[in-house]
Design a binder for this molecule. Structure first.
Ligand SMILES: Nc1ncnc2c1ncn2[C@@H]1O[C@H](COP(=O)(O)OP(=O)(O)O)[C@@H](O)[C@H]1O
Ligand SMILES: [Mg+2]
Length: 580
């Protein structure tokens, strides 16, 4: 209910459409309801008395009312569709804006798959429900009630038939609605499974091919797809049997009407036309009932969607700007971790435990440790992608939470472990961190990231188009471009998360040199599995199982850190020295 109240706000701007839709529908319903009565008059007055003029007059009136009904029906469709389209556009816009502001914690808790379903499927379901409500929700009950009233007024002798057939019809509809509601719930579940499987397969298509797992995946897909087909068929069959059952009940009503009608005609208390009109009203009534039940089901299906949409809209953003951010004009790049603990989920195990270190502005900090030891997680706290559970992260001596996100992030160049580039030109990607970067600035950055070498080989150089996910670049090229993008920004803090893992030794050397030469004032964090990449760092952090096993320079660690010695020896010390 709360969700509906919240979504009602979206209807306010379109009140006019929302009123016009049902209003036009009323016109159509009234015209539909009048037709059988006109026909009855035509038969009982016109034809019975051989009054040709009356017959023609009523024929024209019927034609006119059909046209008015048509206009009513079209108007109602147009306004209902308009209202629904506007409302869903607004909802989609707000859901999108909200998710855009989501912190990583928020995205983790929803999952991207679910967010996409909400933005597409759920909003479409809502849109459909609005259209149905504005049109059929008015039409069904009006037709139903209208025809009962007219039968009461014009064919009271036949009214007892309604008293018997309506409860029977209603009972059938109730039974079918409850049953099909459950079945459609199951169809929805199966649909979710098919979608999930499909997304996974599309994302992993190359791996599937490389591992020759086509048949296996096909079988797995067939299982979920078959389930969907089966459930869909069961649900559809149920819906399809409803109609004949209803028709049967209505036909019984018609027979009863004819039988009772003939008796009354013989008694001289009823006219032939009334019986024909009654049969028509019986059909209209049934249709009214069926369509009302359809709308109710559609609305019932929209409830879970509405709830999910409102859940997104009302999610508290986990990381927000302080009310009054401290204004720091230039961030120098001093970073301090003070007894930081962090876990990804509220009750989960700590991924970072009691991390304390200090990086002076301009320092190079190397981070080394086995996979899963928390290196990437530590780096993610620096641009405040996550907040620590306890302890604090300071930037230039100020708690991050007191600074504006804009300020923190504009000072940081981040090269994630997995290079993420966007479709568009190379230039679009390089300017991602600095909108107005000149060609010269891009040249310098590309040179430093050893990316010029391949960019220059493209005919259009910076104008070269990248596909979605930059699939037209190699892994190493993507990494170098991702490094160049961070370089262009000329940040006070540069974060390289194992960013040189996919590039060749020569390119890596070039990047190392550039870091030393061009980024002397920049605080650089380098995660690497290779000691050669961090051997000259001012400070090396050795991570083990979420903890800081040791910190110090290469020489100090060789003397004191067991973990570091182990890594060092495993990488054949001599070669490492030669590299540096
Ligand atoms: N988004 C996430 N949600 C939950 N757990 C995560 C997430 N990212 C990483 N982890 C977990 O946190 C631990 C540390 O991961 P990470 O910092 O990526 O390690 P490293 O970079 O040292 O390989 C791992 O156990 C990993 O499974
Ligand atoms: Mg990592």
């Amino acid at each position: 209910m709360h969700a509906i109240k919240k979504l009602f706000q979206y209807m306010k701007p379109y009140t006019l459409f929302i009123l016009l839709g049902p209003l036009f529908m009323c016109v159509e319903v009234i015209m539909d309801l009048l037709q059988p009565t006109f026909m009855q008059k035509m038969i009982d007055v016109g034809i019975a008395n051989h009054d040709n003029g009356y017959v023609i007059k009523l024929g024209l009136i019927m034609l006119l009312s059909a046209v008015i009904g048509l206009i009513g029906g079209m108007g109602s469709s147009v306004y209902a569709a308009k209202a629904a389209a506007h409302i869903s556009t607004d909802v989609r816009r707000d859901v999108f804006r909200k998710t855009e502001r989501f912190s990583n914690q928020n995205v983790d808790s929803f999952g991207t798959g679910k967010l996409i379903t909400i933005l597409t499927n759920d909003i479409t379901t809502l849109q459909q429900a609005v259209i149905m409500t504005l049109r059929i929700f008015v039409r069904g009950p009006l037709l139903f009630i209208g025809s009962i009233v007219i039968v009461w007024l014009t064919a009271r002798q036949l009214f007892p038939i309604l008293l018997i057939s309506i409860p029977i019809l209603a009972a059938f509809i109730y039974f079918f609605s409850v049953k099909s509601g459950k079945l459609f719930g199951k169809v929805q579940q199966a649909m979710d499974q098919v979608n999930t499987k499909l997304q996974e397969m599309l994302a992993g298509i190359r791996v599937i091919k490389a591992f020759n797992r086509h048949d296996y995946e096909k079988k797995r897909f067939k299982t979920v797809n078959d389930l969907l087909t089966k459930r869909n068929m069961t649900a559809e069959q149920l819906i399809l049997t409803l109609m004949p059952v209803m028709m049967f009940v209505v036909n019984l009503g018609i027979i009863a009407g004819l039988w009772l009608g003939v008796i009354k005609i013989n008694e001289g208390t009823l006219q032939v036309g009334v019986i024909l009109a009654f049969i028509n009203y019986l059909n209209i009534m049934m249709n009214g009932l069926i369509s009302s039940s359809h709308v109710l089901m559609q609305i019932a299906r929209a409830f879970p969607s509405a709830n999910r949409i409102v859940h997104v809209l009302e999610t508290n953003i986990a990381i927000t700007d302080p009310v009054q951010p401290r204004t720091h004009h230039t961030i120098h790049g001093e970073v301090t971790f003070n007894q930081v603990n962090f876990s990804y989920s509220k009750n989960g195990e700590h991924v970072l435990k009691d991390i304390t270190f200090h990086a002076k502005a301009g320092d190079v900090i190397g981070i080394i440790g086995s996979t899963g030891s928390g290196k990437s997680t530590l780096l993610k706290l620096i641009p405040r992608l996550y907040d620590p559970d306890s302890g604090e992260v300071l930037l230039d001596g100020v708690n991050m939470k007191a600074l504006s996100m804009e300020q923190i992030r504009s000072a940081i160049g981040f090269v994630p472990q997995k290079a993420t580039l966007f479709s568009g030109t190379i230039q679009d990607n390089l300017r991602f961190g600095k909108d107005l970067a000149t060609i010269e600035e891009m040249d310098v950055a590309a040179q430093a990231a050893a990316a010029s070498e391949f960019i220059d080989r493209f005919e259009q150089r910076y104008e070269h188009q990248l596909t979605q996910g930059a699939t037209n670049l190699s892994g190493g090229q993507k990494q170098r471009l991702s490094i160049a993008r961070a370089f262009v920004k000329q940040p006070s803090i540069l974060i390289l998360d194992d960013s040189t893992s996919a590039i060749d030794a020569l390119s890596e050397l070039a990047v190392q040199r550039a870091l030393k030469k061009d980024f002397t004032d920049t605080t650089v964090f380098i995660v690497s599995s290779k000691i050669s990449s961090i051997i000259h760092a001012d400070q090396i952090l050795v991570m083990e199982d979420g903890q800081l096993e040791a910190k110090g320079t290469h020489e100090e660690l060789l003397r004191h850190s067991k973990a570091y010695q182990k890594i060092y020896h495993s990488q054949a010390g001599k070669e490492v020295e030669a590299y540096g």
